[in-house]
Design a protein around this ligand. Structure first.
Ligand SMILES: NC(=O)c1ccc[n+]([C@@H]2O[C@H](COP(=O)([O-])OP(=O)(O)OC[C@H]3O[C@@H](n4cnc5c(N)ncnc54)[C@H](O)[C@@H]3O)[C@@H](O)[C@H]2O)c1
Length: 379
């Protein structure tokens, strides 16, 4: 809240002109999130801007056209018309090939791009001469990533929900309840990595009454977690020896480690599966960075689990996609202050006045502003 009011007063000082903000419907397979909620429309209309929403763009997240209309948005029948009307496009996923030609020179695009994963997308955005701000690159001075944190929060909490479900016998699990019952011991949950995902998972598992251990290699983080987490969560420094000591009793293991800019370290090897009881559940949230379990390979919401040596693996790479109502609200409350900055100040003033947003500026009128990306694509 403090940040938002800081942003708004700054925006008021530099108020420039009315901006047209477009929200197309996401077209990526199984993507139900939307770039802006009706509450976001309300805030932008209040700042004096116009919002243009593609019809049914919010339906997958529980927002009807009527809900947007009530806040003063305009509804357009096609993505082509939304892109044509907008100075600033706010999305969730990277533009797909069908969208490349809709993007205009000088148009601001604010979304998750993950450019490093696609040379084709990078070249298409360079050709379009649009101004691309990538959610995943917006970075605060403490090096945290404010537009990735909400999705880690969702995935961390979800890891316990899905883990608990797959522990059920009909799903192939051991047939154990996380919290036990009076007179029956609770399940053992081991969480590798005590960052955003790990902390949220620990809170959920502890809330259900499980016996939780959370491990990290960062001792000061463990001290912090020890202060804030309930008594049924134990912190432990992550060594191979410590991890091994848990394998014979663990019921649910959650992989939540991250080494910035590189692949996740493999903390659980294939031979470790034999040390676990049949029906143990592994949820490797770090699958998007290669996973911290050797036997992890990416799965989808349609087919989320597979079994190796009697151990269930859940390795869905886009976990927040399963809960779009929660995920859209979590994402849009984090993006809104930056959208307001871009709309109220214009992209140049917004990015020079806000260091975090400036870090998100990746492509500008045909030029790449990211040395790592330029080097990896030889551009
Ligand atoms: N599957 C999904 O849908 C989904 C969604 C959101 C995030 N993620 C992924 O989850 C992972 C974790 O994200 P996060 O936001 O919690 O990251 P984070 O940076 O907040 O936390 C990572 C933690 O891992 C710890 N760590 C590093 N090496 C370790 C080791 N060898 N042993 C134990 N701990 C170690 C770090 O000290 C840090 O505390 C990332 O790969 C992220 O991309 C996946």
């Amino acid at each position: 809240m403090e940040k938002a009011s800081e942003f708004n007063s700054l925006a008021f000082l530099f108020y420039l002109e009315i901006m047209n903000i477009g929200i197309p419907k996401e077209i990526k397979n199984q993507e139900f999130r939307v770039g802006l909620s009706p509450a976001g429309v309300h805030a932008l209309q209040k700042d004096g801007h116009q919002t243009w929403i593609e019809t049914n763009a919010g339906l997958g997240s529980g927002f009807t056209d009527e809900m947007y209309l009530q806040e003063g948005a305009n509804i357009l029948p096609t993505a082509t018309e939304v892109y044509a009307a907008a100075d600033l496009i706010v999305k969730v996923k990277e533009p797909l090939a069908a969208e490349y030609d809709l993007i205009k020179k000088g148009q601001i695009i604010f979304t998750y791009f993950h450019f490093a994963a696609s040379r084709e997308l990078t070249e298409a955005m360079l050709r379009s001469k649009a101004i691309c701000f990538a959610y995943e690159s917006v970075e605060l001075s403490d090096r945290s990533l404010p537009l990735l944190i909400p999705m880690s929060e969702v995935a961390g909490r979800m890891a316990v929900q899905v883990g608990s479900y797959y522990l059920g016998k009909p799903q192939g699990g051991k047939g154990k309840m996380l919290g036990g019952v009076p007179g029956v011991q609770p399940a053992h949950v081991l969480i590798l990595g005590g960052g955003v995902v790990g902390t949220q998972a620990a809170k959920m598992a502890a809330g259900l009454g499980a016996n939780v251990t959370i491990m990290d290699t960062n001792l000061s983080r463990l001290r912090y977690l020890d202060e804030i987490l309930p008594a049924n969560v134990h912190t432990q420094f992550a060594t191979s020896h410590a991890i091994q000591s848990h394998l014979s009793q663990v019921d649910l293991l959650i992989g939540a480690v991250l080494l910035h800019g590189t692949k996740a370290p493999q903390l659980i090897k294939k031979e470790d599966l034999r040390k676990m009881e049949l029906g143990t559940v592994l949820v490797d949230v770090a699958v998007d960075q290669g996973g911290c379990i050797e036997t992890c390979k990416p799965t989808t919401h349609e087919n989320p689990v597979y079994e190796i040596d009697g151990i269930l693996h859940y390795c869905v790479a886009n976990m927040p996609g399963a809960v779009p109502q929660t995920s859209t609200l979590a994402l849009t409350q984090a993006t809104l202050p930056y959208i307001q900055l871009l709309a109220n100040l214009g992209w140049k003033e917004a990015s020079t006045s806000n260091e975090a947003l400036n870090k998100g500026l990746t492509i500008y009128e045909g030029k790449l502003f990211h040395p790592g990306l330029a080097a990896s694509f030889n551009l």
